[in-house]
Design a protein around this ligand. Structure first.
Ligand code: SER
Ligand code: ZN
Length: 484
């Protein structure tokens, strides 16, 4: 690395600089290439190899304030005039790459990042570090693009003969059990609702409650502040449903909008947007971020560990790619999410217990053909990070079921739930501490639509074909309303 920074400092008036340059040089290990006064400005150029040059600039600014203060000269703001950083890369870019605030040039394995004309804030807020990290990340990503996602089989059930090979969503639509209300958002009529609730009851009674998880209820809005900490706004800003508050409740403010609606019987979009504030929240994407936000800054007593919570009141919304999908790929879905916080050992033990419970459900109650695989962790995707956890203890396990209607069992599998241990990522981000222990955390998402579609795709829609163990939870289906 080599940092070459030209910057200037404004003074309250022209100053006597006798002996000052020598004092500045003594500050540390950098080369002072220029130190020149012109009117009431000092122009400085420094080159450094170890510490970042903008850090030196801040120190020089402080030192000058002290030295010139004694000579009754005020030291005002700094300006970054030109900052050239040579970064040695592990990997060369495969195609062009750009970074905000900078021009980039590449010579062999060196990137030359050039930044010009920035305010003092730019140096104070350490943007440069993040720009360098982003550059490396973007190059790294170019090497992953097109590569298959990491996937390693951990376990699979025996093969099971499905009772049919129909598409449950299509069949349920025909029977009127489910109805699309808006893109990717389904309305569940009594028979479909009963199946979802049966899945939920099984998950609660056979997995969540026996393991000691306690229920919490969270808001369905998530603040940007929370998603900045979890990384969602870096990882999937294009999948979030954003929420805008009205600028005002005042009817006068809305008068024109209301008049237009009354006359045209349409929604005047431009007029609407005029009455909305820019968003600073979105609809829940996964339930765990709000749970972490609720614990931010807390210290958890040792005897309360592991802390085991679950949420199942708020649906999750994701802006999915268009096209027609069944209930297996939706813009709004229902899920129980369990969150666990504890020592690494506690979480590893809990993961084994969770897996054992899930196995019992999928083998003995739903009687599914399913499998488990280690995959790229969701929190790396959600934070826009590429790659796979090095450490076995961390990471995500996906649970997948075969969907016979989509094709043969060599490839047509649906992820219907997951288990993750994320290490210290979220406990650190939200400053959640143990009395003595270092805390890890993790979560497991139980997607109810996905459980339902996996079950129905293999077992069909007729209760008489369902396993007895499932019928204990749902003996018969409620009737559909009669429509003429
Ligand atoms: N938060 C995790 C996910 O989004 C588990 O629900 O997959
Ligand atoms: Zn989660």
């Amino acid at each position: 690395m080599e940092y070459d920074l030209k910057f200037s400092i404004t003074l309250s008036k022209e100053a006597d600089l006798e002996g000052i340059e020598e004092e500045i040089k003594k500050l540390g290990n950098f080369e002072l290439k220029e130190f020149r006064q012109q009117d009431n400005k000092i122009f400085i150029e420094i080159v450094s190899k170890e510490r970042r040059a903008h850090e030196w600039a801040l120190r020089i600014h402080k030192k000058l304030a002290m030295l010139l203060g004694k000579r009754r000269v005020g030291v005002r703001e700094m300006m970054l005039n030109e900052y050239t950083i040579k970064i040695k890369l592990d990997k060369k870019p495969l195609k062009s790459v750009s970074i905000p605030f900078a021009d980039l040039e590449f010579k062999d394995d060196v990137a030359i990042m050039k930044i010009v004309d920035k305010e003092e804030e730019f140096m104070r807020r350490n943007y440069v570090d993040r720009m360098i990290r982003l550059l490396k990340e973007k190059i790294e990503k170019q090497y992953y693009e097109g590569k298959k996602e990491y996937w390693q089989l951990l376990w699979k059930s025996e093969e099971k003969e499905p009772v049919w090979n129909g598409d449950p969503s299509e069949e349920m639509q025909k029977r009127g059990w489910i109805k699309l209300l808006g893109k990717g958002k389904w309305f569940y009529m009594p028979p479909a609702a009963a199946i979802i609730r049966a899945m939920e009851k099984i998950a609660l009674q056979e997995v969540v409650l026996p393991l000691g998880f306690k229920e919490v209820i969270e808001p369905m809005h998530v603040s940007f502040d929370t998603w900045l900490k979890t990384g969602h706004l870096e990882g999937m800003p294009g999948e979030i449903y954003y929420i805008c508050e009205p600028k005002s409740r005042d009817e006068q403010q809305w008068e024109h909008f209301i008049d237009l609606v009354k006359i045209t019987k349409e929604v005047p979009t431009d007029e609407l947007l005029k009455n909305l504030k820019p968003p600073k929240e979105g609809v829940v994407y996964a339930q765990c971020p709000n749970i972490y936000a609720s614990l931010a800054g807390k210290t958890i007593g040792e005897d309360a560990l592991p802390l085991l919570l679950f949420e199942h009141s708020v649906p999750s919304d994701r802006y999915e790619a268009g096209g027609k999908h069944g209930i297996e790929r939706v813009d709004e879905f229902h899920r129980i999410e369990v969150v666990y916080i504890g020592t690494k050992e506690q979480l590893l033990e809990l993961r084994e217990k969770l897996i054992a419970r899930y196995k019992h459900v999928f083998n003995d109650i739903l009687d599914l053909e399913w499998r488990m695989a280690r995959v790229t962790p969701f929190y790396m995707q959600q934070a826009g990070i590429v790659g796979i956890e090095e450490e076995e203890a961390k990471g995500t396990i996906d649970f997948e079921a075969w969907l016979p209607y989509r094709g043969d069992r060599s490839k047509e599998w649906l992820e219907f739930q997951n288990i993750s241990i994320v290490g210290e990522k979220y406990t650190k981000a939200f400053n959640i501490k143990g009395q003595r222990s270092t805390l890890w955390s993790g979560c497991s998402g139980i997607g109810l639509e996905r459980w339902m579609v996996s079950f129905l795709a293999q077992k069909g829609l007729e209760p008489e074909n369902w396993p007895k163990s499932f019928k204990k939870y749902l003996a018969e289906l409620p009737e559909m309303p009669k429509f003429l």
